[in-house]
Design a protein around this ligand. Structure first.
Ligand code: GDP
Length: 443
């Protein structure tokens, strides 16, 4: 899968040399290669365009870390953007509702709905210890109902027996009642698919959706479908309030374009991937792992990570040296700290690395990425003198800073309070815990 992308990027790494900064000029050829590789992998054109624009925006002006070549740095940017376009963070299945949590499976015939229903039942029983009921509403293909029954038996899930002549809506309603009475925690509903998008099919599944009010409506799509997957995804996401995607047959020789397009088109995260025909062949989907797999450059990605780690380490050491030298901790240091947190994977990642005695104090400095950006914005609106001496920040200065950063004065105050907390924490660490903390961060 995506062999060409790996191949073409390897070429790029060799040709992009001797530059310390990525620029519009030096990445042009490289971007052309990426673009071609994506098109060859059957990624939809609008997705390719958007992707290239994003990589370009991120890459231009990007400083190349000393231990990397410019080509490697560009691969790093491509990797980050791949993760973002595939879905960013891993998205979990939502089951938080009054039981039974209904999961509705939607998709074309042959996409892998029935198989995935059985696999998902197994996954939920094993990983979430759930009592699962499998239901088939595919009345047009008795063989499909029977197939689901066999799967239910194989994985040890309960199966809802359909009576002859029942309509999908009747099956759904009866199954829901059955699940409630038998205390099933999850009810997975397989639906009829057609070979192509079809009005009647959409109507039927929309009615089922309205009746069952599923907490998850998963669009099942075959990774081998390539460009067609985009049209199908669009039609389903227009007709149904999808909550996620199951991407099947990733084990096949698919060119893999669907993996990149589907999140972009539906706006919904890929939650599971089918990776084998057998019933164990379903796994929770990790965008970062998928991106690394698509790029297929484990060695280069390792190098980039290592360079980032050592850059972080240098920053941390600089900061600590400064603190040790007795110079007061100011708002510029605070900002540097926030940026570092982001590089290290956010506050929670940093928390994990701190010894317990500091975590308590640090609890008061709760941050996420959004807050990091806002914090930077506010500090950037301050003058040099204000950053060095926050004591001089009185009401009128605060108003000016708030207006400059586009936030309220309360937010400026909140930031200053956080800064005070951090300053206290720094003092505390300086008193004796420094060596310990450094060890913690290194570990
Ligand atoms: P449905 O019509 O959407 O219910 O599709 P099925 O569940 O009947 O699947 C169609 C075919 O794809 C079957 O032969 C499945 O065994 C196969 N299949 C489904 N998911 C996967 C997968 O992740 N990997 C592989 N290799 N085959 C799969």
């Amino acid at each position: 899968m995506f062999d060409n992308l790996t191949h073409r990027l390897s070429g790029v790494i060799k040709t992009l040399r001797g530059e310390t900064r990525l620029s519009e000029n030096n990445i042009q050829d490289a971007l052309r290669e990426v673009r071609l590789a994506l098109l060859e992998a059957d990624v939809a054109l609008p997705v390719v365009k958007d992707f290239i624009a994003r990589v370009k925006e991120k890459a231009i002006g990007h400083e190349v870390m000393t231990s990397l070549t410019p080509g490697q740095a560009l691969v790093g940017v491509v990797h980050q953007e791949l993760i973002a376009i595939i879905g960013g963070e891993k998205a979990d299945l939502n089951l938080a509702t009054v039981p039974p949590a209904v999961i509705l499976m939607a998709g074309l015939q042959g996409a892998g709905k029935t198989t995935s229903s059985g696999k998902l039942a197994k996954w939920l029983m094993e990983n979430k210890k759930k009592k699962v009921l499998l239901v088939s509403c595919d009345i047009y293909r008795p063989a499909a109902i029977h197939q689901l029954e066999l799967l239910a038996n194989q994985v040890g899930a309960d199966f809802f027996p359909v009576e002859e002549g029942q309509k999908p809506g009747e099956i759904g309603a009866a199954a829901l009642d059955y699940a409630r009475r038998h205390h099933h925690e999850v009810m997975i509903v397989d639906t009829a698919g057609r070979l192509g998008i079809d009005e009647a099919m959409m109507q039927e599944i929309s009615e089922l959706e309205a009746l069952l009010r599923p907490i998850e409506t998963l669009f099942v799509v075959d990774a081998m479908q390539g460009q067609d997957a985009v049209n199908t995804a669009k039609a389903f996401s227009d007709a149904l309030p999808l909550t996620g995607v199951i991407l099947t047959k990733l084990d096949g020789d698919a060119r893999g374009g669907a993996a990149l397009s589907v999140k972009h088109i539906t706006g919904k995260p890929i939650k599971f991937a089918g990776i084998a025909e057998k019933l164990t062949g379903l796994e929770a989907f990790h965008p970062d792992r998928m991106a690394s797999r698509i790029l297929g450059m484990g060695d280069v990605l390792g190098l980039i990570e290592e360079a980032q780690r050592s850059a972080d380490q240098q920053e941390a050491e600089k900061l600590i040296k400064k603190m040790k030298s007795g110079k007061a901790f100011d708002l510029d240091d605070f900002k540097a700290q926030f940026q570092q947190m982001r590089n290290m994977g956010g506050m929670s990642a940093l928390m994990d690395k701190l010894p317990a005695q500091f975590s308590q104090a640090a609890q008061n400095v709760k941050v996420d990425d959004k807050i990091i950006n806002r914090t930077e914005g506010i500090i950037n609106s301050m003058t040099k003198q204000e950053r060095a001496k926050p004591e001089i920040l009185k009401a009128s200065r605060k108003r000016r800073i708030a207006a400059g950063a586009g936030v309220s004065v309360q937010e400026v105050n909140r930031l200053l309070a956080q800064f005070e907390q951090a300053r206290k924490m720094m003092k505390m660490m300086n008193k004796g815990g420094m060596a310990k903390m450094m060890r913690g961060i290194r570990g």
